[in-house]
Design a protein around this ligand. Structure first.
Ligand SMILES: *[C@@H]1O[C@H](CO)[C@@H](O)[C@H](O)[C@H]1NC(C)=O
Length: 204
């Protein structure tokens, strides 16, 4: 191959690599920020105070709870390709298997311990037991979960997302708390309609 052709190839391949990086977040906006019409844009608009609910004197939740700071709760994030969730796991609770269609998730465990895992598109499972201070990344779109296996201590984590609206598809409710026909689910899970209805009742 002549050296000119290889140079052209290198330029094309690098251009594609840069495009991949650009496409990894939400679409770019052509303004500094986006504010809903009629909103007063001052420092308050860029401040989210919803996570104060995590601190005393508020009582912590008794079941697993995800406190979100995404575009819906914090409109200043529109167009900024970032969001947060604060995750509270009382002893022995789970965040059930789910996916985020529009972003990877970068979880930082602040206190407690967590068993985490995700499954890739070849059905390979990757699990880890995290201790406080650890960070784990769940790749974009893949099914993942977290379990606080400790029966005494709560766990508390923060997750960052590379989208203002990462979205959540929770498998138990997407499959068994929507109107998907019982026969479809019975055939898909190689079971009977009665078993499907039992699962649906548990989530309704
Ligand atoms: C199931 O769906 C109903 C109605 O949309 C909702 O109120 C309920 O919270 C859902 N249950 C779960 C476990 O998501």
């Amino acid at each position: 191959m002549s050296s000119t052709i290889s140079k052209v190839l290198i330029v094309i391949i690098s251009a594609f690599a840069i495009m991949q990086i650009t496409l990894a977040g939400d679409p770019d906006i052509l303004t500094d920020f986006i504010a809903p019409i009629g909103t007063t844009v001052d420092s308050t608009f860029f401040t989210f105070t919803g996570f104060r609910a995590l601190l005393p004197p508020n009582t912590p939740p008794s079941t697993f709870k995800a406190f979100k700071a995404s575009k819906a709760e914090f409109p200043a994030l529109d167009g900024q390709s970032v969001s947060y969730a604060a995750l509270v796991y009382p002893p022995g609770t789970i965040n059930p298997p789910h996916t985020h269609p529009r972003s990877a998730e970068l979880l930082f465990l602040a206190t407690g311990s967590l068993k985490v895992g995700f499954v890739d598109t070849t059905n390979k499972l990757f699990t880890q037991t995290l201790q406080a201070g650890d960070i784990f990344v769940f790749p974009k779109g893949l099914v993942h979960f977290q379990l606080n296996a400790d029966t005494q201590k709560p766990a508390f984590a923060f997750s960052a997302f590379g989208s203002a609206n990462a979205g959540t598809v929770s498998l138990p409710s997407t499959l068994f708390n929507t109107s998907i026909d019982d026969n479809v689910l019975a055939l898909a899970f190689k079971t009977d309609v009665a078993t499907v209805q039992t699962l649906k009742k548990g989530l309704a």
